[in-house]
Design a protein around this ligand. Structure first.
Ligand code: F0G
Length: 350
C-alpha cells in the first residue's frame, strides 16, 4: 500500500515494542535506495545510495529517535537529553516536540552546522553550547542522565540502535538480498553497529542469505578507530563526524572484523570531492560527513581493493541543506544582471 506508517509499525515484529508502547513517529524510514550510475561507472560495480537525508529531520537519526522517544514515553520520562554534533539534537528536538517532552541538547560551541542549530531551536529544545568537543558533550550528558531525572537518547541507548538497524532491512527488502559491500561514514560508531545488527538479524532468519562486508570511513583528522588511539583534538570539515573517542568503538571493530570489512580514513579533500561528485553527477545533495562513505568507496576502488561486478550500497547519512556552507564557498559567486533578456543570454552564453 502507498501508506507508510513509519518504521516502528513497518518492522514492529523485529523491534522491542509492545502493545503498550506509545509510538511517536514522524513517518521516518522508507528512504530512497537510488542507483548511482556515475559511481557504478567509475568503480565497475553496481552502486546504490541509501539516501537518509530524505528522513523527516533530514538524517538517519530519525530511525533511532522514533524508537528512543517512544520508549522514553513508555517508561514515563518527562525530559530527554543528548550530546550532538548537530543531527542527533535536531532529531531529538523534533521527536520530543511531537511527544510533548522537554529536550535538552549539548553541542560543541561553534562546531555545528547552522541548519542543525536552527532545527533544535525551532522545535523548542533547550540548547547549551559547551566549551569543548563532542566527546566532552557526551561525557557531560551521560553524567546528567545519571544524576538527574532525564533520559539519554544518544546511540549508547540501545533503542537508538534498534531503530537504526531498520535501514538494513529496507535495503534487503528492495534488493532481495544483502549487498556484497556496505559503505558508511563513522563518527560515534552507532550507525555501523546498527546496520551490522540489522544485516545479521535478517541473515539469521530468512530475508537475507548472507551479510555484507562493512566498510566504515572516518575523517582523517578524526580517525581514532583507524589509528587505534583516542584523538584529543579531532578536526575535520565534516563536523558531524568530528569525534575523537567513539562510544561504540569496540562494536565498530566487531562489525569490521566479523564481516571481513575495513575501517579507513579519508581526507577532507577527498570528502569534498565526493560531496561535489554526488551533487553534480548523481544529483544528491548531502552534507560533507555523508560524502565520507563515497570518498572511501572511491579510495578503495582506486587502490585496487574493490572487485568489479559487486553490488555496493553507500549510506549518505544527512541532507546537504543542513550545512550549505561548502556548496556556496566552492562555487563561483552569482553574476548580477539588469532585467534584460540580452544581458541574461550573454551571461549564459546562449
Ligand atoms: N553522518 C552524519 C550526517 C552524522 O550526523 C553522524 C553522526 C554520522 C554520519 C556518524 O554516525 O556517529 O553513528 O557513527 N552524528 C552524531 C550527531 C554524532 O550528534 O548527530 P555514527
Amino acid at each position: 500500500s502507498p501508506y507508510w506508517p513509519g518504521l516502528i509499525e513497518a518492522y514492529r515484529h523485529r523491534l522491542p515494542v509492545g502493545p503498550a508502547t506509545p509510538v511517536v513517529t514522524l513517518q521516518e524510514g522508507a528512504t530512497p535506495l537510488l542507483p548511482a550510475p556515475e559511481l557504478s561507472r567509475r568503480t565497475g560495480c553496481e552502486v546504490w545510495l541509501k539516501v537518509e537525508g530524505a528522513n523527516p529531520t533530514g538524517s538517519f537519526k530519525d530511525r533511532g529517535m522514533t524508537m528512543a522517544i517512544s520508549k522514553a514515553v513508555e517508561e514515563g520520562a518527562q525530559a530527554v537529553i543528548c550530546a550532538s554534533t548537530g543531527n542527533t539534537s535536531a532529531s531529538a528536538a523534533a521527536y520530543a516536540a511531537r511527544a510533548g517532552l522537554v529536550c535538552a541538547v549539548l553541542v560543541p560551541q561553534g562546531k555545528i552546522a547552522t541548519g542543525k542549530l536552527a532545527q533544535a531551536l525551532v522545535h523548542g529544545a533547550k540548547l547549551l553550547q559547551v566549551e569543548g568537543n563532542f566527546d566532552d558533550c557526551l561525557a557531560l550528558a551521560s553524567k546528567l542522565a545519571i544524576d538527574y531525572p532525564v533520559s539519554l537518547v544518544n546511540s549508547v541507548n540501545q533503542y537508538r540502535i534498534e531503530g537504526q538497524k531498520t535501514a538494513s532491512f529496507e535495503i534487503v527488502d528492495v534488493l532481495g538480498d544483502a549487498p556484497d559491500v556496505h559503505c558508511l561514514p563513522v563518527g560515534n560508531a552507532g550507525n555501523i553497529t546498527a546496520y551490522w545488527q540489522g544485516y545479521r538479524e535478517y541473515a539469521a532468519d530468512g530475508p537475507a542469505t548472507r551479510t555484507p562486508k562493512m566498510w566504515g570511513f572516518q575523517a582523517a583528522g578524526a580517525a581514532p578507530i583507524v589509528t587505534g588511539r583516542v584523538v584529543d583534538r579531532p578536526e575535520t570539515i565534516a563536523t558531524a563526524i568530528r569525534i575523537g573517542n567513539p562510544a561504540s568503538w569496540t562494536k565498530a571493530l566487531d562489525a569490521r572484523d566479523a564481516s571481513g570489512g575495513r575501517i579507513d580514513a579519508v581526507t577532507d579533500r577527498a570528502i569534498l570531492a565526493a560531496y561535489r561528485l554526488l551533487a553534480r553527477s548523481e544529483a544528491v545533495f548531502v552534507e560533507p560527513a555523508s560524502a565520507a562513505s563515497v570518498a572511501g568507496l572511491l579510495q578503495v576502488a582506486e587502490a585496487g581493493g574493490l572487485e568489479p561486478g559487486q553490488r555496493v550500497v553507500c549510506t549518505v547519512t544527512g541532507n546537504g541543506l543542513k550545512d550549505p556552507e561548502w556548496a556556496i564557498s566552492g562555487a563561483p559567486a552569482p553574476v548580477t544582471i539588469p532585467v534584460d533578456a540580452a544581458a541574461a543570454a550573454a551571461q549564459l552564453g546562449l
